[in-house]
Ligand binder design. Sequence first.
Ligand SMILES: [Zn+2]
Length: 299
Amino acid sequence: MRIIWLGHGGFRIETAGQVLLIDPWLSGNPVLPQDQHAVAATGATHILLTHTHFDHVVDVLPLAKKLGVPVVGQYDIIGFWSETEGIKGIGFNKGGTVNLGGVKVSMVSASHSSTMVTPEGLRATGSEVGFMIRAEGKTVYVSGDTDIMADMDWMGTYYKPDIGILSAGGHFTMDMAGAAYAAKRYFNFQTVIPSHYKTFPVLEQSADTLINGLPGVQVIEPVVMQVIELWSGTVLTLGCEDQRIAVPRSHGCGLPRPDRFLHGRPAYDFNLMGWRHWNIRGLHERLDRGRAWPVWPHR
Ligand SMILES: [Zn+2]
């Protein structure tokens, strides 16, 4: 599974042979360079929409028409567009699940608003939502724009998402402290990726509060258009004096192994899911060859 941040609330998720664009905002996105727009959308198989505020919807219809791919979202707006815009649409609603070529997407609640400015004025377009995306044996929770919700309690228990892509920029959504609180209280994420931040001065510019609030969870600070490669399973025990020195902090911290020391240093278990490919290239090669690689080079 490859997750690529398009900046702001936009993501490209490549999994199980599908390429999902979620709230792709290209035109006018201050953090997505113009020369990356085509790359961001190339090969997309579906466009998922959480709500119709401009920073999420502005490119959805043009992209759907250009690429000839379906827009997946709430029935109210998708049904309307299917009739008025002639797009392919997959409209459903909260509690429903659709199968996008083997990727299962369930619609869940969010707590935000959803309107659209039209020549006739401000229009209601249904409601704001989030998604639970299941593929490759993992579940990704895309929160959409939202505040902390009590609904996250049952959503965490019912869907058991492994990866959380959480709006955390504040002002319009949860801030970093709020996202950390929600993740800790309601979910058991292995990996958390903050979104909807850094775009404008009014939003959070750093994920430090989220990282510090979630010890033991891999918090990955996304970089626009850089691939975050996630794969499941392998737990690796590394020896390191200080977890924050042993690995870049954006990869989160390992779980301490009080029973084990490596080369005289405390050991930590790291779940390899969430490690960026380019950071573990050498390690990956060694694992492929079945050789042990117990100590991350440090200091
Ligand atoms: Zn937004």
